[in-house]
Design a protein around this ligand. Structure first.
Ligand SMILES: N[C@@H](CCC(=O)N[C@@H](CS)C(=O)NCC(=O)O)C(=O)O
Length: 303
């Protein structure tokens, strides 16, 4: 049975799963062209390597931005060893399935980091793992007192588990699915609002996620929930009544105003106003010079 909408009701037809699932590509959903039921490389291609020890292969989605915010914060805090090359991986075009990328991240998702300060280089994937590596390497943005450190790690891991309900759950069914399914949208809107309420409640009595100090937990959570709150993600601010979350809004605005966060958001960004996009970043001066050569204008805010 094909899974297409009934045009008269905009509801999916009845669907009985067959005994054995078969891949019927394409299914009409956003990203149908890159979604596959197998892992691994689709083509041979090595990755470029720049002049700095830290080589980031990424895109300016919320998961990618977590890492560029951390790198820009480290540099702003005086950690010159955090200079990095950020190469653009166009996930809509399947760059994440190139053999060189898969060597670093067999899971074929951005962000991925190669740290060339050892030989052979160390490979890191999963944004939480990358943030933790950078925090340990530079001794920064991870509290040292046991209680605050536990809180930072708790919220960092919370984000890694929670955000897929926003992106793969709510955002997919509210915005990307080829037809609207009330059951799915209800289920994930409920969970999105529960998460927003959870953050809002925590931030009523904490300046930052781990307490008094800004940490990698904030850097992991802000790109997703800041975007959701402002309506940048899925245009769903009104639908989710995000104006209800005043403590979260205070934290979103405070973090969004940080210069390093503003820079981090630009790196590997391929959507939004051209002046907000820095396609690749190899040097701090890239934010000021030659931007026209480095931006690519593309439609749609896809995450
Ligand atoms: N849990 C992963 C999620 C990474 C992820 O989902 N990345 C998306 C972009 S936001 C991606 O690369 N998608 C490409 C694909 O699924 O093929 C992390 O935090 O690093």
């Amino acid at each position: 049975m094909t899974n297409t909408a009934d045009a008269s009701t905009n509801q999916p037809p009845g669907y009985a799963p067959p005994k054995v699932w078969q891949w019927q590509a394409p299914n009409g959903g956003a990203f149908a062209g890159i979604n596959r039921p197998v892992s691994g490389a689709t083509h041979e291609k090595t990755l470029p390597v720049g002049k700095h020890p830290l080589q980031l292969y990424s895109m300016g989605t919320p998961n990618g931005v977590k890492v560029t915010i951390m790198l820009e914060e480290l540099l702003a805090a005086g950690h010159s060893g955090a200079e990095y090359d950020a190469w653009l991986i166009q996930i809509g075009e399947g760059d994440q399935f190139a053999s060189g990328f898969v060597e670093i991240n067999p899971n074929s998702k951005i962000p991925a980091l190669a740290d060339h300060s050892t030989n052979p280089p160390m490979h890191y994937f999963e944004s939480g793992s990358i943030l933790f590596h950078l925090a340990e390497k530079f001794g920064a943005f991870l509290p040292t007192s046991p209680r605050a450190r536990a809180a930072a790690m708790n919220w960092l891991f919370w984000q890694m588990g929670a955000a897929p309900y926003i992106g793969g759950g709510f955002g997919h069914f509210y915005s990307y699915a080829p037809f609207k399914i009330e059951y799915a949208i209800d289920r994930f809107a409920m969970e999105a609002k529960r998460q927003l309420h959870l953050l809002d409640t925590h931030l009523a009595s904490n300046a930052f996620m781990a307490g008094d100090d800004y940490s990698i937990a904030d850097m992991a959570i802000w790109p997703w929930y800041g975007a959701l709150l402002r309506g940048d993600a899925y245009g769903a601010a009104d639908f989710l009544s995000t104006h209800e979350y005043a403590n979260l809004a205070r934290w979103v605005d405070a973090i969004g105003a940080r210069p390093a966060v503003k820079r981090g958001r630009m790196v590997n960004r391929t959507f939004g106003a051209p002046e907000t996009q820095l396609r690749e970043r190899h040097d701090a001066s890239d934010f000021e010079t030659n931007r026209e050569d480095k931006v690519i204008a593309r439609g749609g805010d896809r995450i």
